[in-house]
Design a protein around this ligand. Structure first.
Ligand SMILES: CC(C)(COP(=O)(O)OP(=O)(O)OC[C@H]1O[C@@H](n2cnc3c(N)ncnc32)[C@H](O)[C@@H]1OP(=O)(O)O)[C@@H](O)C(=O)NCCC(=O)NCCS
Length: 222
Protein backbone atom coordinates (compact mmCIF):
# COMPACT_ATOMS: atom_id res chain seq x y z
CA UNK A 1 0.00 0.00 0.00
CA UNK A 2 1.41 3.37 -0.96
CA UNK A 3 1.76 6.04 1.58
CA UNK A 4 2.48 9.74 1.14
CA UNK A 5 6.15 10.53 0.68
CA UNK A 6 7.81 11.41 3.94
CA UNK A 7 4.91 10.18 6.06
CA UNK A 8 6.91 7.52 7.85
CA UNK A 9 9.47 7.75 10.52
CA UNK A 10 10.82 11.33 10.57
CA UNK A 11 11.68 11.88 14.22
CA UNK A 12 11.91 15.41 15.61
CA UNK A 13 15.43 16.65 16.36
CA UNK A 14 16.35 15.72 19.91
CA UNK A 15 17.86 19.08 20.85
CA UNK A 16 21.05 17.34 22.10
CA UNK A 17 23.06 17.81 18.96
CA UNK A 18 22.09 14.52 17.33
CA UNK A 19 21.41 14.55 13.67
CA UNK A 20 17.76 14.08 12.80
CA UNK A 21 17.24 10.40 12.11
CA UNK A 22 14.77 8.84 9.75
CA UNK A 23 13.47 5.31 10.15
CA UNK A 24 13.95 3.26 7.02
CA UNK A 25 10.84 3.20 4.85
CA UNK A 26 8.84 0.02 5.15
CA UNK A 27 9.45 -2.08 2.05
CA UNK A 28 7.04 -1.25 -0.75
CA UNK A 29 4.19 -3.75 -1.04
CA UNK A 30 3.69 -5.17 -4.52
CA UNK A 31 0.48 -4.36 -6.36
CA UNK A 32 -1.29 -6.79 -8.69
CA UNK A 33 0.28 -5.09 -11.71
CA UNK A 34 3.77 -5.84 -10.31
CA UNK A 35 3.31 -9.63 -10.39
CA UNK A 36 4.46 -11.96 -13.14
CA UNK A 37 1.72 -12.27 -15.75
CA UNK A 38 0.08 -14.21 -17.21
CA UNK A 39 -0.60 -16.81 -14.54
CA UNK A 40 -1.59 -20.23 -15.84
CA UNK A 41 -3.70 -22.82 -14.04
CA UNK A 42 -4.57 -26.21 -15.45
CA UNK A 43 -7.15 -24.71 -17.84
CA UNK A 44 -7.20 -20.95 -17.29
CA UNK A 45 -4.90 -18.07 -18.17
CA UNK A 46 -5.14 -15.15 -15.72
CA UNK A 47 -4.01 -11.60 -16.40
CA UNK A 48 -4.79 -8.12 -15.05
CA UNK A 49 -8.06 -6.65 -16.30
CA UNK A 50 -8.01 -4.01 -19.01
CA UNK A 51 -10.61 -1.36 -19.79
CA UNK A 52 -11.57 -3.02 -23.09
CA UNK A 53 -12.43 -6.30 -21.30
CA UNK A 54 -15.64 -4.68 -20.04
CA UNK A 55 -17.40 -5.37 -23.34
CA UNK A 56 -16.45 -9.05 -23.31
CA UNK A 57 -17.90 -9.75 -19.88
CA UNK A 58 -21.01 -7.55 -20.19
CA UNK A 59 -23.12 -10.21 -21.99
CA UNK A 60 -22.83 -12.77 -19.20
CA UNK A 61 -22.26 -10.60 -16.12
CA UNK A 62 -25.86 -9.44 -16.43
CA UNK A 63 -27.24 -12.99 -16.37
CA UNK A 64 -29.85 -13.16 -13.57
CA UNK A 65 -28.18 -16.22 -12.00
CA UNK A 66 -24.89 -14.33 -11.80
CA UNK A 67 -26.41 -11.02 -10.72
CA UNK A 68 -28.29 -12.73 -7.93
CA UNK A 69 -25.12 -12.78 -5.85
CA UNK A 70 -22.86 -10.05 -7.21
CA UNK A 71 -22.46 -6.67 -5.54
CA UNK A 72 -23.08 -4.37 -8.48
CA UNK A 73 -25.87 -4.48 -11.02
CA UNK A 74 -25.15 -2.08 -13.87
CA UNK A 75 -28.19 -0.89 -15.79
CA UNK A 76 -26.43 -0.02 -19.05
CA UNK A 77 -23.21 -0.93 -20.89
CA UNK A 78 -21.98 2.61 -20.15
CA UNK A 79 -22.57 2.21 -16.41
CA UNK A 80 -20.91 -1.20 -16.58
CA UNK A 81 -17.86 0.30 -18.30
CA UNK A 82 -17.58 3.00 -15.65
CA UNK A 83 -17.86 0.47 -12.84
CA UNK A 84 -15.29 -1.79 -14.50
CA UNK A 85 -12.78 1.03 -15.06
CA UNK A 86 -12.89 1.92 -11.36
CA UNK A 87 -11.75 -1.54 -10.32
CA UNK A 88 -9.00 -2.36 -12.81
CA UNK A 89 -6.32 -2.21 -10.08
CA UNK A 90 -7.91 -5.04 -8.15
CA UNK A 91 -9.35 -7.15 -10.96
CA UNK A 92 -8.03 -10.02 -13.05
CA UNK A 93 -9.71 -11.82 -15.92
CA UNK A 94 -9.45 -15.52 -16.66
CA UNK A 95 -9.38 -16.81 -20.22
CA UNK A 96 -10.31 -20.27 -21.38
CA UNK A 97 -9.01 -21.01 -24.88
CA UNK A 98 -8.63 -17.27 -25.49
CA UNK A 99 -12.12 -16.26 -24.30
CA UNK A 100 -12.72 -14.40 -21.03
CA UNK A 101 -14.90 -16.68 -18.92
CA UNK A 102 -14.38 -15.24 -15.45
CA UNK A 103 -13.26 -12.26 -13.43
CA UNK A 104 -11.57 -12.29 -10.08
CA UNK A 105 -10.90 -9.69 -7.41
CA UNK A 106 -7.82 -9.45 -5.21
CA UNK A 107 -7.99 -6.37 -3.02
CA UNK A 108 -5.24 -5.64 -0.53
CA UNK A 109 -6.52 -4.20 2.72
CA UNK A 110 -5.32 -3.18 6.16
CA UNK A 111 -5.80 -5.50 9.12
CA UNK A 112 -7.20 -3.98 12.26
CA UNK A 113 -4.50 -3.08 14.74
CA UNK A 114 -4.02 -0.92 17.77
CA UNK A 115 -3.08 2.60 16.76
CA UNK A 116 0.57 2.38 17.77
CA UNK A 117 1.13 -0.73 15.63
CA UNK A 118 -1.32 0.10 12.85
CA UNK A 119 1.53 0.71 10.42
CA UNK A 120 2.61 -2.94 10.70
CA UNK A 121 -0.96 -4.03 9.96
CA UNK A 122 -1.18 -2.04 6.73
CA UNK A 123 -1.84 -4.04 3.60
CA UNK A 124 -1.53 -7.41 5.32
CA UNK A 125 -4.93 -8.76 4.24
CA UNK A 126 -6.39 -9.51 0.83
CA UNK A 127 -10.03 -10.07 0.02
CA UNK A 128 -10.69 -12.34 -2.94
CA UNK A 129 -13.85 -12.83 -5.00
CA UNK A 130 -14.96 -14.42 -8.28
CA UNK A 131 -17.60 -14.48 -11.00
CA UNK A 132 -17.78 -17.09 -13.74
CA UNK A 133 -19.69 -17.08 -17.02
CA UNK A 134 -22.72 -19.35 -16.38
CA UNK A 135 -21.97 -21.22 -19.61
CA UNK A 136 -18.81 -22.56 -17.94
CA UNK A 137 -20.04 -23.21 -14.41
CA UNK A 138 -20.15 -26.65 -12.82
CA UNK A 139 -16.84 -27.85 -14.27
CA UNK A 140 -14.51 -26.91 -11.44
CA UNK A 141 -13.36 -23.69 -13.10
CA UNK A 142 -14.62 -21.49 -10.26
CA UNK A 143 -12.52 -23.50 -7.82
CA UNK A 144 -9.53 -23.37 -10.16
CA UNK A 145 -9.81 -19.58 -10.40
CA UNK A 146 -10.36 -19.10 -6.66
CA UNK A 147 -7.30 -21.22 -5.82
CA UNK A 148 -5.21 -19.12 -8.20
CA UNK A 149 -6.47 -15.88 -6.59
CA UNK A 150 -5.61 -17.26 -3.15
CA UNK A 151 -2.10 -18.17 -4.32
CA UNK A 152 -1.59 -14.76 -5.93
CA UNK A 153 -2.60 -13.09 -2.67
CA UNK A 154 -0.27 -15.18 -0.49
CA UNK A 155 2.66 -15.79 -2.80
CA UNK A 156 2.43 -12.70 -5.02
CA UNK A 157 1.18 -9.92 -2.77
CA UNK A 158 2.65 -11.55 0.32
CA UNK A 159 -0.32 -10.95 2.61
CA UNK A 160 -0.63 -12.85 5.90
CA UNK A 161 -4.40 -13.42 5.65
CA UNK A 162 -6.85 -14.03 2.81
CA UNK A 163 -10.56 -13.45 3.34
CA UNK A 164 -13.68 -14.06 1.25
CA UNK A 165 -17.26 -13.12 1.96
CA UNK A 166 -20.63 -14.12 0.55
CA UNK A 167 -24.33 -14.30 1.22
CA UNK A 168 -24.89 -17.45 3.29
CA UNK A 169 -27.44 -18.58 0.70
CA UNK A 170 -24.78 -18.59 -2.02
CA UNK A 171 -24.03 -22.27 -1.65
CA UNK A 172 -21.82 -22.57 -4.74
CA UNK A 173 -19.53 -19.80 -3.57
CA UNK A 174 -19.37 -21.20 -0.04
CA UNK A 175 -18.42 -24.57 -1.48
CA UNK A 176 -15.68 -22.97 -3.58
CA UNK A 177 -14.29 -21.26 -0.47
CA UNK A 178 -14.24 -24.57 1.39
CA UNK A 179 -12.68 -26.42 -1.54
CA UNK A 180 -9.75 -24.00 -1.65
CA UNK A 181 -9.11 -24.39 2.07
CA UNK A 182 -10.67 -21.26 3.52
CA UNK A 183 -12.16 -21.70 6.99
CA UNK A 184 -15.66 -20.58 7.86
CA UNK A 185 -15.04 -17.88 10.46
CA UNK A 186 -18.37 -16.18 10.98
CA UNK A 187 -22.01 -16.12 10.08
CA UNK A 188 -23.41 -12.64 10.40
CA UNK A 189 -27.12 -12.81 11.09
CA UNK A 190 -29.19 -10.79 8.62
CA UNK A 191 -26.41 -8.23 8.20
CA UNK A 192 -26.53 -8.07 4.39
CA UNK A 193 -29.25 -6.40 2.37
CA UNK A 194 -30.01 -8.21 -0.86
CA UNK A 195 -31.45 -6.22 -3.76
CA UNK A 196 -34.59 -8.36 -3.41
CA UNK A 197 -35.19 -6.35 -0.23
CA UNK A 198 -34.39 -9.27 2.07
CA UNK A 199 -31.87 -8.91 4.91
CA UNK A 200 -29.81 -12.07 4.53
CA UNK A 201 -27.15 -13.80 6.59
CA UNK A 202 -23.59 -13.12 5.43
CA UNK A 203 -20.59 -15.40 5.83
CA UNK A 204 -16.88 -14.78 6.22
CA UNK A 205 -14.19 -17.28 5.35
CA UNK A 206 -10.43 -16.89 5.76
CA UNK A 207 -7.06 -18.57 5.69
CA UNK A 208 -3.74 -17.51 7.22
CA UNK A 209 -0.46 -17.78 5.34
CA UNK A 210 0.74 -20.33 7.89
CA UNK A 211 -2.28 -22.53 7.30
CA UNK A 212 -1.73 -22.20 3.58
CA UNK A 213 1.78 -23.54 4.13
CA UNK A 214 0.46 -26.40 6.24
CA UNK A 215 0.91 -25.15 9.82
CA UNK A 216 -2.15 -25.99 11.90
CA UNK A 217 -3.76 -23.12 13.78
CA UNK A 218 -3.35 -23.04 17.57
CA UNK A 219 -6.52 -23.44 19.62
CA UNK A 220 -8.72 -20.34 19.75
CA UNK A 221 -8.19 -17.98 22.63
CA UNK A 222 -10.84 -17.47 25.26
C1 LIG B 1 -19.48 -19.32 -7.44
C2 LIG B 1 -19.03 -19.73 -8.84
C3 LIG B 1 -17.81 -18.94 -9.26
C4 LIG B 1 -18.72 -21.23 -8.82
O1 LIG B 1 -18.21 -21.57 -10.11
P1 LIG B 1 -18.18 -23.11 -10.63
O2 LIG B 1 -17.17 -23.24 -11.68
O3 LIG B 1 -19.55 -23.55 -10.95
O4 LIG B 1 -17.65 -23.83 -9.32
P2 LIG B 1 -17.01 -25.29 -9.21
O5 LIG B 1 -17.54 -26.14 -10.32
O6 LIG B 1 -15.54 -25.13 -9.11
O7 LIG B 1 -17.51 -25.77 -7.80
C5 LIG B 1 -18.79 -25.42 -7.34
C6 LIG B 1 -19.12 -26.28 -6.12
O8 LIG B 1 -20.33 -25.78 -5.57
C7 LIG B 1 -21.29 -26.81 -5.60
N1 LIG B 1 -22.57 -26.19 -5.87
C8 LIG B 1 -22.92 -25.49 -6.97
N2 LIG B 1 -24.18 -25.08 -6.84
C9 LIG B 1 -24.60 -25.50 -5.63
C10 LIG B 1 -25.82 -25.40 -4.93
N3 LIG B 1 -26.86 -24.72 -5.43
N4 LIG B 1 -25.90 -25.98 -3.70
C11 LIG B 1 -24.85 -26.63 -3.18
N5 LIG B 1 -23.65 -26.77 -3.80
C12 LIG B 1 -23.56 -26.20 -5.02
C13 LIG B 1 -20.85 -27.75 -6.69
O9 LIG B 1 -21.43 -29.04 -6.53
C14 LIG B 1 -19.35 -27.73 -6.48
O10 LIG B 1 -18.98 -28.49 -5.35
P3 LIG B 1 -18.41 -30.02 -5.50
O11 LIG B 1 -17.23 -29.96 -6.42
O12 LIG B 1 -18.08 -30.42 -4.10
O13 LIG B 1 -19.52 -30.83 -6.11
C15 LIG B 1 -20.18 -19.50 -9.87
O14 LIG B 1 -21.30 -20.23 -9.45
C16 LIG B 1 -20.58 -18.06 -10.05
O15 LIG B 1 -19.93 -17.30 -10.77
N6 LIG B 1 -21.69 -17.66 -9.40
C17 LIG B 1 -22.25 -16.33 -9.58
C18 LIG B 1 -21.40 -15.22 -9.01
C19 LIG B 1 -21.05 -15.45 -7.57
O16 LIG B 1 -21.82 -15.99 -6.78
N7 LIG B 1 -19.88 -14.97 -7.19
C20 LIG B 1 -19.41 -15.05 -5.84
C21 LIG B 1 -19.97 -13.94 -5.02
S1 LIG B 1 -19.45 -14.14 -3.33
Amino acid sequence: MDRPAGAAGARPASGYGEARTTCPEAPAQPALADLDWPVRTERLVLRPARSEDAAAIWPWLGDPDVQRWTTTLSATPEAHQQWWDHRLDTTVVAELDGTIVATGMIRRDDAWGQADVAEQARGTVAEIGWVLDPAHQGQGLGTELAAALRDLAFDGLGVRRVVAECFAANLASRRVMEKIGLRHEATHRQDSLHRSGEWMDGMSYAQLAGEHEGTPLPATEG
